[in-house]
Design a protein around this ligand. Structure first.
Ligand SMILES: C[S@@+](CC[C@H](N)C(=O)[O-])C[C@H]1O[C@@H](n2cnc3c(N)ncnc32)[C@H](O)[C@@H]1O
Ligand SMILES: [Zn+2]
Length: 168
């Protein structure tokens, strides 16, 4: 679901309460910045749109596909369909900060040309929100770069999806 760049960025650690929202951004024990519930979130509720610019995969590759020290450490891309991807890099939306877990409490659902984050179960106040990235990467890409550190009992050890290696 989520496309991925080649490098990593050092995330900011300050907590940011999103105005009028049910979530905050703060340091995650899993990686960098993460998204946390400020209130109980009911199962099946829409918590955010994965906001960004709709661009083609080709354009995403042009922007982020090549290892280049001058480019950002990692990308904020989520696949919409075979042709398009949402580039959340310039977006002020918080959904782009959601980390991956193998047994996620949220999921990304596509409605037309938009992607929304929905809860998969009730989420307690203070819990971190996760989705399963199910990354698709180039077949020549090193899977070791996508190791998962979610630490859940069902962790499959990777942020890659089952179809990894196929075109995103
Ligand atoms: C879109 S960012 C998510 C926000 C990120 N925590 C940050 O502060 O920039 C995606 C990156 O977070 C890291 N990440 C997210 N979930 C992870 C997990 N379960 N295990 C290891 N790294 C993870 C990976 O480096 C991935 O490339
Ligand atoms: Zn995992």
């Amino acid at each position: 679901m989520m496309a991925e760049g080649r490098k990593r960025v050092k995330a900011k650690s300050a907590a940011t309460r999103v105005q009028g929202s049910r979530i905050e951004l703060r340091q995650s024990p899993i990686h960098g910045r993460g998204v946390f519930a400020l209130k109980r979130l009911e199962s099946g509720s829409r918590v955010a749109e994965y906001k960004g610019e709709r661009i083609t995969h080709r354009e995403a590759d042009r922007r982020y596909g090549i290892t280049d020290d001058s480019k950002p450490d990692h990308t904020f891309l989520m696949t919409l369909d075979r042709r398009y991807v949402i580039d959340a890099t310039p977006s002020r939306g918080w959904a782009k900060w959601i980390n991956h877990a193998c047994e996620p409490n949220c999921e990304a659902l596509i409605y037309g040309d938009r992607i929304y984050i929905h809860t998969k179960r009730d989420i307690r106040r203070g819990e971190e929100l996760f989705i399963d990235y199910g990354l698709n990467v180039d077949s020549d890409d090193d899977p070791a770069r996508y190791q998962c550190r979610c630490g859940q009992p069902g962790c499959r050890g990777t942020m890659l999806g089952l179809t990894a290696g196929a075109a995103a």
